[in-house]
Design a protein around this ligand. Sequence first.
Ligand code: ADP
Ligand code: MG
Length: 441
Amino acid sequence: MKTNGRKSTLTVGGRDLRQVMGEQAHTEPSPSSLKGASIPDLSGPTSRQEKIIKLKEAVTLTQEYTNEIISELNATNEEVTITRDYADAIIRTVRGPLLVLNQDLRIISANEAFYSAFKVAPNDTENRLLYDLGNRQWNIPKLRILLEEILPEKNTIEDFVVEHDFKDIGQKTMLLNARTLKQGPNKTSLILLAIEDITERKQLEEQKDEFISIASHELKTPITSVKAYAQILGQRFRKINDLKSVELAEKMDLQLDKLTSLIGDLLDVTKIEAGRIQFNESNFDFNELVNETVEDIQRTTANHRIDTALQSPVTIRGDHDRLSQVIVNFITNAIKYSPQADNIIIKTYVENAKVTLAVQDYGLGLTKDDQAKVFERFYRVSGSDQNTYPGLGLGLYISSEIIKRHKGHIWVDSKKNVGSTFCFSLPIATPEVTAKPKIVT
Ligand SMILES: Nc1ncnc2c1ncn2[C@@H]1O[C@H](COP(=O)(O)OP(=O)(O)O)[C@@H](O)[C@H]1O
Ligand SMILES: [Mg+2]
């Protein structure tokens, strides 16, 4: 028998309690109104004996009804216990530290992983305010903002990074995920706070970036020399009119350019990750930048014609070479991923104080899933089509970082097997901004 959805008619053993009691109440009785309804009218013409029998029956039914309510409550209690055990088991099983807090940020429970990671005992943790734990080592300004300002507004927080020097465990980088749960009739909040210690992972990432940075620097120097030798060889072969060898030397030069560009991408990524990328700002005409870049690429492209449709000239402010790098990335991708097509279309247009560049190809295209991921670091579309194209999956990541740092937007519209249009938009330079030349780091 369930409490939920109970009908308000009181029936026990198939009989209606009101009928038994001489049907006095017109309102349907509930357990709380049972007292009033259970007093039968003893002033009628019926004999005293009958009245006593009715009264006894009413008492028996009330007793039965009470027993039923009690057994129902027991069942509900059992359900609550099962649910609580279930939640407890989940909290204990989770490998990462997990805290359950009430809305005043007092700790209701914590799991084993929390106690061992932060070297604290349950007695010193439960029922304490989070900020008071272990010499107030959790009294972290960034965490306070997270729990007191951001969480009440958003109800969930994902992957929030907090760096802090903890008393017993030292400097740590923590990844926090939090969620509020509204419980009970008063909708009081519970906060689930999952804490992941990513200190080691972050150190490894930093070591990897450091390694890539050193390796790229070391590779750059010999490649520069080899490129110089290739050019000297080309000139010598030309002097003796050995055109076959000139062609080979030129091919070698081209491949070395590709290698230099790959190493350049690796270096850029390490600079972005370390926040060391520098932008040299100046004012320039956006269409001129597009035209120069297109001409450079067209010179080295035999199979694709690059068509341009550029709207009226606009001045923008930014790093000329870095923005050229983004356009090169878009166009070289468009060429690389549309081997069957013979043209690429470049458009610019001005709207709402912004200039937009669109590079359209009729190539492999991208699924919706891939469109959401292509700007991520190292992301490359997998599949038999794409596997044949070399690359590191860094060009679009670097491009998106460059555009973001110029307060612009970057996006792609694409259809699988039809083609893609990669776009970015940038704010047009305003007179005040153009007045102060500066270097942004
Ligand atoms: N124009 C395009 N058409 C189809 N797929 C593309 C296009 N541009 C990029 N992609 C996909 O996005 C991935 C990431 O691009 P990018 O960051 O430039 O790296 P890379 O070209 O070195 O692989 C590519 O591997 C490719 O799968
Ligand atoms: Mg690329």
